[in-house]
Design a protein around this ligand. Structure first.
Ligand code: SAM
Length: 249
């Protein structure tokens, strides 16, 4: 028996059992922007309002997903909880997952202030969240998957696949890059951010491309299809902001 054929089933088994492997990527280490910092959390929604219409964005995603009243959704990288709270109004249960305790604390407070009681908060990430209960109807992740390097995005998507119902929907919204004129498009985005939010958003955007792991759309296409998803719709605005609607096979 070859070394390869002995070791591979063992690693797969360890991963399925959620057993920590010594060389696993440390997803709790913040890369780029430090979302574990309470000051960053406190200003997050106001800063993002300079260049996003978050409630409208979320309403569009929820309309596309058309969750049933008994539906269950997971939001990976839930941040300040704005999407989770909106989603919780139209389904039975939302699982809000984030590696930042400061983000989770903020989101929990916001949910309580909004009178929302059907969100469960999890201090976990794409690579270590352990879902208890039945497979879910939908998974959403906005501007969070780029925190993982590409190989680990693949591992994350395969794990997500195992906790979704067959036919369930996956919505990914993130910085995802088209190949053509990629550097020009990134430069244009940085200028757009600077125009919307001055030095803060310029530095934010520059840090994103310098230190975080946004990837090409053709890489994302391959990661999704190899992980057992069918891409139903894909839109890349200005060559840099991607929205993928996928169905779990
Ligand atoms: C840019 S914020 C996005 C927040 C929110 N989804 C939004 O659309 O505004 C990224 C969030 O992802 C979280 N995050 C980073 N790496 C993560 C991981 N491996 N698993 C889950 N969440 C992660 C960060 O802590 C942060 O709250």
């Amino acid at each position: 028996m070859s070394h390869d054929s002995t070791i591979r089933p063992l690693i797969s088994w360890l991963y399925t059992m959620n057993t920590k492997i010594s060389w696993e990527y440390d997803e709790f280490r913040q890369v780029g922007k430090d979302y574990g910092d309470e000051e960053e959390v406190a200003i997050y929604d106001a800063r993002h309002a300079d260049f996003r219409e978050v409630e409208a964005e979320n309403a569009r995603i929820l309309k596309i997903l058309s969750l049933k009243p008994d539906g269950v959704l997971i939001d990976f990288g839930s941040g300040t909880g704005v999407f989770a709270i909106q989603a919780a109004r139209s389904c039975a249960r939302v699982h809000a997952v984030d590696i930042s305790q400061a983000m989770l604390d903020h989101a929990r407070t916001q949910a309580a202030l909004s009178g929302i009681t059907n969100i469960r908060f999890h201090h976990a990430g794409f690579l270590n969240y352990e879902h208890e209960g039945s497979p879910v109807d939908a998974v959403v992740t906005s501007f969070a998957l780029h925190h993982l390097p590409d190989f680990w995005k693949g591992v994350a998507l395969k794990r997500i696949h195992t906790i979704m119902k067959s036919g369930a929907q996956l919505f990914i919204h993130d910085v995802i890059l088209e190949d053509e004129d990629v550097l020009g498009n990134i430069a244009a985005l940085i200028e757009k951010q600077a125009a919307a939010g001055g030095v803060f958003l310029r530095e934010d955007a520059e840090m994103h491309f310098r230190e975080e792991y946004s990837t090409y759309d053709w890489v994302m296409d391959g990661l999704l299809t190899h992980s057992g998803f069918t891409i139903v719709n894909k839109q890349i605005d200005d060559g840099v902001i991607g929205a993928y609607l996928c169905v779990r096979n």
